[in-house]
Design a protein around this ligand. Structure first.
Ligand SMILES: [Zn+2]
Length: 131
């Protein structure tokens, strides 16, 4: 695996890092990002010349934050992420953040107890990140 460069500040981080050691931003591993963008395009969901990069970055950040929750029984997969982003684009969301009223949450979390764990974590204040 190659080193990961921070999208936020350009700092080089070791391949296993999930967050930038310089600025704390969530790191996007290049293979994941490539897979995501090409899958979305292949699904024909992109009607504009370029994906809303801001939405994509935020969606990835939320996705990794959810994957980092250790109470989940089934963590969302990359294909669920692709579905979710396509739905966000379909309703023309311009931004998305980690909160209890996340749209189409059921696309990412299929199990009721995982939804409950997510709501508990986001509304109870036990799970905080920079936003
Ligand atoms: Zn950084």
């Amino acid at each position: 695996m190659a080193d990961v460069f921070c999208n936020n500040c350009g700092h080089r981080n070791p391949p296993e890092a999930n967050f930038c050691s310089a600025c704390g931003a969530a790191l996007v591993h290049h293979s994941d990002l490539t897979l995501t963008i090409s899958s979305v395009e292949a699904a024909g969901e992109v009607h504009e010349p370029d994906v809303n990069q801001r939405l994509l970055d935020q969606a990835l950040e939320v996705f990794y934050a959810i994957r980092g929750m250790d109470r989940l029984r089934k963590k969302p997969s990359t294909s669920e992420l692709v579905d979710w982003i396509a739905m966000l684009q379909a309703i023309e969301m311009s931004e998305v953040g980690l909160s209890a009223d996340l749209p189409f949450l059921g696309t990412l979390l299929k199990k009721e107890q995982d939804l409950a764990a997510f709501l508990d974590a986001t509304s109870g204040g036990g799970f905080r990140r920079r936003m």
